[in-house]
Each structure stands twice: as structure tokens, then as C-alpha cells.
Design a protein around this ligand. Structure first.
Ligand code: ASP
Length: 581
């Protein structure tokens, strides 16, 4: 016996008159005085079943029992719908199945939520994820993800990259998050760490001579969850020997172009714009600028050096946004509140009135004519200022710019603007620990210019590192790596890793680098984020089949759960503090 002759989305007028068997889920039942209509659904769509008691009395008797999400099998004749009942919005909307035989294959308990219900609590959705995943949107997101991964694999294979699997039980790899650790039973008191990325391992595949590596790799990062973060993320991980940056960039651009073309039918422009980190910071205050709209940051530091307005004169940087709009007092208040969230003490502004041409601002009286002329405020414009340390002004103005971009509808939602941000800084100061830390990771190579002097001025040193940004989202990043053991040791020294720590943590890498390491470099792209952008899906968890919730728990299985006393004993562990979620 075969379960079905066609999928539910397939019947068409051409098959009218044929006897067909269909199977799927009851997604809606409607009783019309004797006639029962059921929408039978599977992943391909819906076909309407019509159960007429005169035609099929047994089926009609059973139809009364059907509830949403029952699994049914129906056999009958495909008939054309009368012209007034044709549904143009459905692919199968001009036909229906006149049922002769009906089987209830599986029943369902009452549903915790309906599939078409909006705003269902996320924990409830995750608790019953198998139901949630039956929804159109999630079906679409996961299919799109699979389609994308298929394209990625084909692209990488065609370009000569070899899929190499690396271990999940490994040793801490530094990507800046906490490690998930796994206790070893055979070696009590010892722990594996789940890889934060296969970074060192992929470098070892280059040292091992594989030349071109890729993997769709799962990475584990024990970090606090935010809307756009998960602890278990999937990456396209890539590494090349004797790398040529152009080759890597072009290959990635072609891959994205193919994904966008095949998944969305959209041609994206290549080559992508490139911008150094310094330029991105100067123009947008951000290392991941949304370049779909302008509203760039401007710099008034030099102009206001001698200002009578002390806040400006004394600040390391005075920068502003020139907004083509006159704001009301209330709007300015809202913008100021927002600026305060990002660390501003207040939000100085200058407005030139549309009609009178006068400047309205509490600070105008402190500014000289030269300053005001230099700012060249056009009628109908508002300038919004941030003053302070350079980095602080970026931190305030970048989110303000994004907010205004959205509020003032400056962003074309249909646009995908891809960008390479290059020449990233190599180190940043970790104020809490009072030492330098690597911005990317400690294996990142300085640019040739900084090769011999990064230690003299770590805060200014530039790395041969790059990110892929689309519409202000960082989709991935990578770098060229250090392949010289002495240079690697110098970087470790600068990161305040003692010789013993270097040995204990990375001895195997240093040994490998000392045995004929080719120059190498690579990139990693976030598959989850790529799917989000591709699907236009704002919720990261909705591009993942079985995600944890925002508290890092799985409401479906209840994981993480306690283990038995025996297991603890075998592992040589004792639970000292217990969390009661
Ligand atoms: N391992 C890096 C990351 O996960 C990417 C890379 O440098 O290739 O961000």
C-alpha cells in the first residue's frame, strides 16, 4: 500500500477525474450542514477534502471526530471546484478531493496553541517545538537554511575545499567566551572543553598539508544570551594555505551571490565595497556599519578646539549627525534618553528653523560665528552632538544613527548591502584585567607594517583581519594567521601569557608551527545569522530547529538536567551549588 499518490500541494486541474490518495495533517475542519471540509496539509501545501454524507456515509461519520492536527489518509476523486468557490490564493485552489474513504491515521491531544495563532509565548512554542515547526514560517526558514547549506557545500567543494571533521571533545580554544566543559570519567578530575571554534584545528589541517579546508562546524560559547546570540552556533569554517586575500574575498562573494540568486532570485552586486576599520569608525562610528543609508558621522573636533562651550573645547572628540529634519522638544527628549542609554550625559543639538532660518539651541550662544559657519547648518536641519573620548562618541552616535535611519525611513528594506571591513585593530585593552586582549583571536597576523612593532603600540596595531557585513549585521570574519612560532610567542607575551601558560595551553600549536607551517588564513561565517538575513527573520532562534530559550534552557527536554549520584560518582564530581531554575 502506498500512503499517497501526490503531496497535498500538488493536485491541479489536469488530474481532475482521477482517483487519488492523499495523506497529511488536518489543518482546519469546517462543517456546512452535512458537508464537511477539511484542509489537508503537508510540507508542500494544502488540498481541500470534501466529505459528503451522501457520497461516503462512513467517511462522514468519522469526519465528526477530526480535530486539528489529526493525521488523515483520504481517497477520492479529484474534482474541479465551482467557479464561485475557486481560491486564487492557493496553488490547489481550483480543485478539491471528493472523499470516498477516510482513515484517521493518528489523533492529537488538544493543542497547547493553534498553528495560526500569533504571539504565542516563546517558551510554550519551544516546549512543543514539533508543533511550532509545523508552522509555515518555520518550515520556510529551515528549508531556506538547508538550501543555503547545500549551496555552500557545492560551492566549497567545486572550489577545491575539503570537508574535514574536527573533534567536539577538545581543549579550550580562545574566541573570547567561556568554555562548556565536559568531565572525563576515564580521567577523573580532567575536563574536555567544547570548541568555541575549530580555529587551532583548522590551522593544523593547513600545517598537515590539506591546503584547502572547510567544515560546517558547531561552536560552543558559554556566553550570556541576547536576542542575537546563541550558545551553540553553526559556522561555515574555512582555511587556505598560501592564501591570497583576493582569492578568498572573490570566492566568498561568489558564494553569497549564488545563495542570494538561488534562494531569493536576487542578484547582489559584486565586488563588494571595502572599507578599513578606521574608515568605518570615522564615517559610521561602527565596525559593522549599515551602509544602506548615508547619515554619516561628521567631525567638529578641530572646529571647536577654541570653543567657549567648555564641553566641546575640552573633549577629545566632538562629532555629530546632520539630520535633515527639525525635531520637536519631545522628540529631542526621546533622542536624548536614547543617547543616555549609550553613555551620553546629554545630547547637545543645533536646529536651523525651516522658515525663519534662525538657530534654536541652548548651546548656540556659546558658539562663535566661525564655529556656526563651519558647521554649515542648512534650514530644516538638526545637528546632534556627542563629545568626549573618540570611542565614546562612536558608541553614542552609531546607535543613534541606526535609530534615526529606521525612524525617518531612510532604510530601503529590500536592499542587501554587502561590505568587507578590513584592517581591524589587533588588540584592545581589557580594563577589568588590566592587560591587552586579542580583538579577533591570538593567532591573527599583524599587517606587514605592524609585523615588527605591534608590541610598541598595541592599541594602534593593525591586524590582517576582515569581517563580512550585510545591512549592519556581522555575518562572519577571519584573518591571516601567524605561521612563525617566534611571532606567535611574541603575541602570547603581549597578551600576558607566561611561558608556562603558553606551553600548557598552546604547546601543541607552537610545536606544529615549528615543523614547517605554511602561511595560511581563513574565515568563518555564521550560518544562523546568514539564515536570519536571508529569511528576513528577526529571531535567531527561529532559524534553528531546536534552540535553547533565552535563559539557555531547553523547555522541550528540560535540559540541562541533574545527573544521578552514580554518574557523579563515576565522574568523581560533587555538586556543591544547585541552581533551581
Ligand atoms: N575562528 C574565528 C571565529 O570563529 C574565525 C576565523 O578566524 O576564521 O570567529
Amino acid at each position: 500500500m502506498s500512503w499517497r499518490d501526490l503531496m497535498c500541494g500538488e493536485p491541479r486541474p489536469e488530474q481532475v477525474g482521477q482517483t487519488l490518495t492523499l495523506a497529511g495533517w488536518a489543518s482546519r475542519r469546517r462543517d456546512h450542514g452535512g458537508l464537511v471540509f477539511v484542509d489537508l496539509r503537508d510540507r508542500t501545501g494544502i488540498t481541500q477534502l470534501v466529505i459528503n454524507p451522501e457520497r461516503a456515509p462512513e467517511a462522514a461519520a468519522l469526519a465528526g471526530e477530526i480535530r486539528n492536527e489529526f493525521v488523515l489518509q483520504a481517497r477520492g476523486e479529484l474534482v474541479a471546484r465551482s467557479s464561485e468557490t475557486v481560491n486564487e490564493r492557493m496553488a490547489t485552489g481550483s480543485v478539491e478531493l471528493a472523499v470516498d474513504e477516510l482513515t484517521i491515521v493518528s489523533r492529537s491531544t488538544p493543542l497547547p496553541f493553534q498553528l495560526d495563532e500569533e504571539n504565542v509565548d516563546e517558551t510554550l512554542r519551544l516546549r512543543y517545538r514539533w508543533l511550532d515547526l509545523r508552522r509555515d514560517k518555520l518550515q520556510r526558514n529551515l528549508r531556506l537554511r538547508a538550501q543555503m547549506v547545500g549551496i555552500i557545500r557545492r560551492h566549497m567543494e567545486a572550489a577545491g575545499f575539503l570537508d574535514i571533521q574536527t573533534p567536539i571533545l577538545f581543549k579550550p580554544t580562545p574566541e573570547g567566551a567561556r568554555d562548556f566543559v565536559v568531565p572525563s570519567r576515564l580521567h577523573k578530575g580532567r575536563f574536555f572543553a567544547l570548541p568555541q571554534s575549530p580555529q587551532i584545528l583548522k590551522q593544523l589541517t593547513m600545517i598537515a598539508g590539506f591546503d584547502r579546508y572547510y567544515q560546517i562546524a558547531i561552536c560552543f560559547r558559554d556566553e550570556d544570551l541576547r536576542a542575537d546570540r546563541v550558545q551553540e552556533l553553526t559556522q561555515l569554517d574555512v582555511e587556505l594555505s598560501f592564501p591570497d586575500r583576493e582569492e578568498l574575498f572573490v570566492s566568498m562573494e561568489q558564494m553569497f551571490a549564488r545563495i542570494w540568486r538561488e534562494c531569493l532570485g536576487i542578484e547582489i552586486e559584486t565586488p563588494w565595497e571595502r572599507m578599513t576599520f578606521a574608515e568605518a569608525d570615522r564615517r559610521f562610528g561602527s565596525d559593522k556599519p549599515d551602509t544602506r543609508f548615508a547619515l554619516e558621522l561628521e567631525d567638529a573636533t578641530a572646529l571647536t578646539r577654541q570653543s567657549e562651550f567648555g564641553v566641546f573645547a575640552g573633549a577629545e572628540a566632538v562629532r555629530f549627525l546632520r539630520v535633515p529634519r527639525v525635531f520637536s522638544r519631545a522628540e529631542l527628549g526621546t533622542l536624548e534618553e536614547l543617547a543616555k542609554v549609550y553613555g551620553a550625559r546629554g545630547l547637545a543639538y543645533l536646529i536651523r528653523d525651516e522658515s525663519t532660518g534662525e538657530i534654536r539651541s541652548p548651546i548656540a550662544k556659546f558658539l562663535s560665528d566661525v564655529e556656526l559657519e563651519g558647521l554649515a547648518i542648512a534650514a530644516g536641519e538638526t545637528l546632534l552632538f556627542a563629545a568626549g573620548e573618540w570611542a565614546a562618541t562612536s558608541k553614542i552616535l552609531a546607535p543613534l544613527r541606526l535609530h534615526l535611519g529606521r525612524e525617518l525611513s531612510l532604510i530601503d528594506d529590500d536592499l542587501f548591502t554587502f561590505l568587507w571591513v578590513t584592517e581591524m585593530p589587533m588588540f584592545e585593552r581589557d580594563e577589568d584585567e588590566d592587560r591587552w586582549s586579542a580583538v579577533h583571536h591570538p593567532f591573527t597576523r599583524p599587517t606587514d607594517e605592524w609585523r615588527h612593532r605591534f608590541a610598541d603600540e598595541p592599541g594602534a596595531a593593525v591586524a590582517n583581519a576582515y569581517d563580512i557585513i550585510v545591512n549592519g549585521n556581522e555575518l562572519g570574519g577571519g584573518s591571516f594567521r601567524i605561521h612563525e612560532p617566534d611571532l606567535q610567542a611574541q603575541v602570547f607575551d603581549l597578551l600576558a601569557l607566561s611561558a608556562e601558560e603558553q606551553r600548557a595551553k598552546f604547546g601543541f600549536l607552537l610545536d606544529a608551527l615549528a615543523m614547517g607551517a605554511p602561511p595560511h588564513g581563513g574565515i568563518a561565517l555564521g550560518i544562523d545569522r546568514m539564515t536570519m538575513v536571508l529569511a528576513g527573520e528577526p529571531n535567531l532562534r527561529d532559524v534553528i530547529a531546536f534552540p535553547k530559550n533565552q535563559a539557555g534552557l531547553d523547555p522541550m527536554s528540560g535540559a540541562p538536567t541533574a545527573v544521578t549520584a552514580t554518574q557523579l560518582d563515576e565522574l568523581g564530581l560533587e555538586v556543591v551549588v544547585e541552581d533551581t531554575p
